[in-house]
Write a protein that binds this ligand. Structure first.
Ligand code: SF4
Length: 374
């Protein structure tokens, strides 16, 4: 198999792993990038966009994760790229496509450390031989040793280790070959310790990912874990990947639920979890404040901030001319930018409408009933 064919297979298989800097809308993260290649749009710290080459080093895997199309025994074409092949492809894409960085992940063949070694060898080749100083995101494979994790932190710009489920109980429904505490939770804790402020690898960004709907976990369970990941582990981002119907073992709870509720409910659920993630990271909400239905899930027919606002009539209306930023951020329809514009506009004198701050359209109409002007 030639290198391009292997890349076609391995980059396509890497699409299910979102725990990188890739965009989070469906349009962004599940399509080919420029030129039909598997390049992913990335929002840069500066606000601009660039492209990330994302690939598996190998799609062979001895694990049995029942939601994963690459699990052992599944009928997919298996192949691997060598460190030289990946380095050459990446450098060529950098030259021709202005690719900004590389995301490397892999199935697990042999021991987790043997698989990590292939990721690390590729990274070292790029860093040492080709003097590449830019963005490399390395997947920490479940079950990696402390030494392999530390080596990854030494070489990478960012790392991720997917937590997959909120808790051991759900994890055990999806995998018998991995141990939740040994292979996932303890490594997450180690990554957290080694990248804490003041520690040697504090510069390394850390992310994780939940697979949504493969087990019968609730949103409330996921949000509880999100709180812990941000508050205690201090990770930078959490990603969500809706389980893809038909890719996993027919026996998993997610497949059974999809037979009862077909359609795009899981993708909408994924979207609500991303909105929740923003509320926790940027809007001052805590997981305990969010509103879940009797089944422990977020409403699919309204965004989580709107659901919270409807449940807290005592909080509204807010005086848009005097309320502070923290309070305004709780108004449905007002985002970070909208609140910033409102605060800036009101420095010029009292306002009488959102339009006076340049805020119009659907979101302004959503916010209006929650605001008064004197
Ligand atoms: S470890 Fe699990 S999720 Fe990762 S490639 Fe192997 S089977 Fe898939």
């Amino acid at each position: 198999m030639d290198t391009q064919r292997k890349l076609e297979i391995l980059a396509q298989d890497a699409q299910y792993d979102l725990a990188c800097a890739c965009g989070t809308s469906h349009d962004e993260h599940r399509r080919r990038g420029a030129g039909g290649k598997w390049l992913y749009p990335v929002t840069l710290a500066s606000g601009g966009y660039s492209l990330l080459l994302k690939t598996l080093v190998s799609n062979a895997c001895s694990n049995d994760c029942k939601y994963c199309p690459l699990r052992r025994g599944s009928n997919v074409e298996r192949c691997s790229l060598t460190p030289d092949e990946i380095a050459n492809i990446f450098l060529e894409y950098r030259r021709t496509e202005n690719v900004f960085g590389l995301f490397l992940t892999s199935g697990v063949t042999g021991t987790p450390d043997q698989s990590m070694e292939r990721l690390l060898d590729t990274t070292k080749l790029l860093r040492r031989k080709h003097q590449f100083r830019g963005y490399i995101h390395l997947k920490i494979l479940p079950g990696s040793s402390d030494a392999a994790i530390e080596e990854a932190l030494r070489c990478a710009t960012a790392v991720s280790l997917n937590i997959e489920t909120p808790g051991r109980r759900h994890f055990e429904k999806l995998s018998a070959s991995k141990d939740y505490d040994r292979d996932i939770i303890n490594p997450l804790r180690l990554i957290s310790r080694l990248t804490a402020p003041g520690q040697r690898y504090a510069r390394v960004k850390c992310t994780t990912q939940f697979v949504v709907g493969a087990s019968d976990e609730t949103d409330a369970e996921i949000v509880k874990y999100m709180d812990g990941i941000y508050e205690r582990l201090k990770f930078d981002r959490i990603y969500f990947s809706a389980y893809q119907p038909g890719l996993g073992d027919p026996s998993i709870p997610g497949e059974q639920a999809l037979r009862r509720q077909p359609g795009d409910a899981l993708l909408r659920r994924e979207h609500r979890l991303y909105q929740t993630d923003f509320l926790l990271r940027k809007y001052g909400f805590t997981g305990k404040e969010l509103i879940f239905d009797a089944g422990g899930n977020l409403a699919l027919d309204g965004d989580p901030k709107e659901t919270w606002a409807r449940a807290h009539p005592e909080y509204f209306p807010l005086n848009a001319n005097t309320a502070d930023r923290e309070k305004l951020l709780r108004v449905p329809g007002l985002g970070l930018l909208g609140v910033a514009r409102l605060l800036e506009a009101r420095q010029q004198g009292a306002l009488r409408s959102l339009a006076a701050a340049g805020l119009r359209g659907r979101l302004a109409a959503k916010a209006a009933p929650y605001l008064v002007w004197s």
